[in-house]
Design a protein around this ligand. Structure first.
Ligand code: SF4
Length: 588
């Protein structure tokens, strides 16, 4: 016998039924030194022994009695990190605990204080409609949807509508990546309408109306300040790309694929100087702290293809991102770190664990990653596979990829496809990690499925409307089978029958007699009788619409393999096999 996994139905982290009978995840220690994590495969970098507590601002001390920080006289906390360090639970932390369900407000505070969780909540956006949420390993895995007008297609209303649509389909944050149209108006409209945090990449606006070479300190700081005042909750700042890294991309198949990374590389080459975002980092920290805008430290040298993954350029930048995380924490800023991109499946765990070590557990926000490059048009699927592995091994937020990735600007349906693919990835990882309660809805749906309770299944389904439409396409009554297998072959119906009948619970139980299937409820029979459709033949005709659509015969029961075999031939085969089996059994 194989031993049962450590986590299972008796997981004490949850009062509800166990969440992880198949998971080998390490036990979480919320607020303590270790968060939810997959167990490390051999050769993985171990977690950092440091947290944000090791990078307090100058003049701060830790109270040996309470464990919280003591700030210099007269200090006023602004950011969620500063409140947490001082031991204060903010209303935003309370709201996060309410939404996460498995965390207390104090645990949220402790994770924020350790730097392993952020609550991206610009003070200006909080005065609007923002509903605070958290990004971190102890919280459920989050999904970001990218939006934004391009110079080819720009409409503020369309982008606001896309934002609402993305949230409808499960986006936890959105990024306005507009590069065309009226950028300020579009951003303002999105922030005003958004109940979720909004992120931007300020360098996009910095080069509107000027060449990247003209970028200077004044433009950088002014743009960042303006967007912070507008209420943006997190900024992607590509401060980790350094001049010394540029020779490392020379041998890549596809060079630099990050917009921000490539623009800053051009600036560095033109000026022969280091990255202005790196040089201005302390000034940027001051602006971000003032408004509690979180950093999303951009990965300007992320790989753009499998062949470039985990190369020297990517890892050199990651090292700088670790240094910048420490510096931002010293300024009291909340930080998450962005990650790759295009990563072969077998590199995913290493990438996650390396970031965890270098950036001391700061939340990792990854784009995909795509685990293959040869499926344009299906990149939402190719990347959701990588995203599931990433979320299991260390990512806290997944940036969605739509079917339009590498091809064009996503429209409404692309946004939905991307969001759904990534909700699946995030949820699958949460279940595997054993986040308490994360599997409850799966189990409820399985119960409804086992009971052949279609309406309940559709209520519990993530996209119930689609599930209902697909079911009704072939069979527009809810009965004890569906058109996939048909009545006689429905294993769920047969199992239900076994459970109810053979257990003796069924009043019609008589040993040795086949169980009669009620097939339809009384209400369904009444409905069908009213329509004159109560016969099994009619039901099978309904179930055979697809066959009819392809020109199949009408009026018989739905096709199954026994319909495809000649009856006499079937009898002969059965006879021969039975005889052979009897011979075998009687041979000594
Ligand atoms: S007919 Fe097949 S697919 Fe449909 S409910 Fe029964 S077992 Fe499931």
């Amino acid at each position: 016998m194989f031993p049962l996994p450590l986590h299972g139905a008796l997981d004490p982290a949850s009062r509800r039924a166990g969440t992880t009978p198949g998971s080998f995840a390490a036990r979480p220690d919320v607020g303590g030194p270790r968060a939810f994590s997959s167990p490390d495969s051999p050769g993985m970098p171990p977690p950092s022994d440091k947290t944000a507590w090791d990078f307090l601002p100058p003049g701060w001390k830790r109270d040996p009695t309470t464990g919280f920080a003591i700030a210099p006289e007269g200090f006023r906390p602004v950011t969620q990190l500063e409140f947490a360090r001082l031991g204060i639970v903010t209303p935003q932390m309370r709201r996060v605990a309410e939404r996460e369900g498995h965390l207390t407000p104090e645990q949220v505070r402790d994770e924020v204080a350790a730097g392993r969780m952020i609550v991206p909540a610009n003070r200006a956006h909080l005065s609007m409609r923002l509903d605070p949420m958290a990004i971190g390993r102890a919280a459920r895995t989050k999904v970001n949807a990218n939006l934004g007008a391009s110079p080819v297609r720009a409409s503020v209303d369309e982008e606001v509508e896309k934002m609402r649509w993305a949230v409808r389909w499960g986006a936890d944050t959105v990024m306005d990546l507009s590069t065309g149209g009226d950028l300020d108006r579009c951003r303002e409209a999105i922030v005003r309408a958004a109940t979720v945090p909004v992120g931007t990449v300020p360098i996009y606006q910095m080069i509107v109306g000027r060449s990247v070479e003209e970028l200077d300190e004044r433009v950088i700081l002014e743009t960042v300040r303006r967007q912070a005042e507008q209420g943006v909750d997190y900024f992607t700042i590509h401060a980790g790309v350094r001049l010394a890294h540029l020779p490392l991309v020379r041998d890549r198949l596809i060079g630099i694929v990050s917009r921000g990374g490539s623009l800053l590389a051009r600036w560095m080459i033109a000026h022969g100087r280091d990255n202005p975002m790196y040089e201005l980092f302390d000034a940027l920290c001051e602006i971000l702290r003032e408004h509690d805008v979180s950093f999303s430290l951009g990965d300007g040298l992320r790989p753009g293809g499998l062949a470039d993954a985990t190369d020297a350029a990517q890892l050199a930048e990651l090292e700088v991102l670790g240094e910048l995380t420490e510096r931002a924490w010293r300024h009291g800023c909340q930080v998450m770190v962005e990650g790759p991109g295009h990563v072969p499946f077998d590199h995913v765990e290493y990438n996650m664990k390396l970031q965890r070590r270098v950036c001391h557990g700061a939340p990792f926000y990854v784009l995909g990653p795509l685990v293959t490059d040869m499926f344009p048009g299906y990149d939402h699927i190719a990347s959701a596979i990588g995203a599931t592995a990433a979320a299991y091994h260390g990512a806290s937020m997944l940036c969605y990829v739509t079917p339009k990735e590498h091809l064009g600007l996503p429209r409404r349906d692309d946004v939905k496809q991307g969001c759904v693919a990534y909700r699946i990835a995030a949820h699958a990882a949460d279940v595997a990690l054993g986040i308490p309660g994360s599997r409850d809805r799966d189990d409820e749906l399985t119960r409804a499925r086992a009971a052949l309770h279609w309406q309940r299944q559709f209520e519990l389904a993530f996209d119930g409307e689609l599930a209902r439409a697909l079911h009704d396409e072939d069979l527009d009554v809810d009965t004890d089978f569906c058109a996939m297998c048909g009545h006689d072959w429905c294993s769920v119906r047969i199992s239900k029958q076994i459970a109810q009948f053979a257990s003796g619970k069924d009043p019609a139980f008589q040993r040795g007699r086949p169980a009669p299937s009620p097939g339809l409820s009384e209400a369904q029979i009444a409905l069908l009788e009213a329509r004159g459709e109560a016969s099994p033949e009619r039901l099978h005709r309904l179930a055979a619409r697809t066959r009819r659509a392809v020109g199949g015969e009408v009026g018989q029961k739905a096709v199954c393999h026994s319909d495809l075999v000649d009856e006499a031939q079937a009898r002969r085969l059965q006879h021969e096999r039975l005889a052979a089996a009897v011979d075998d059994a009687s041979t000594p």
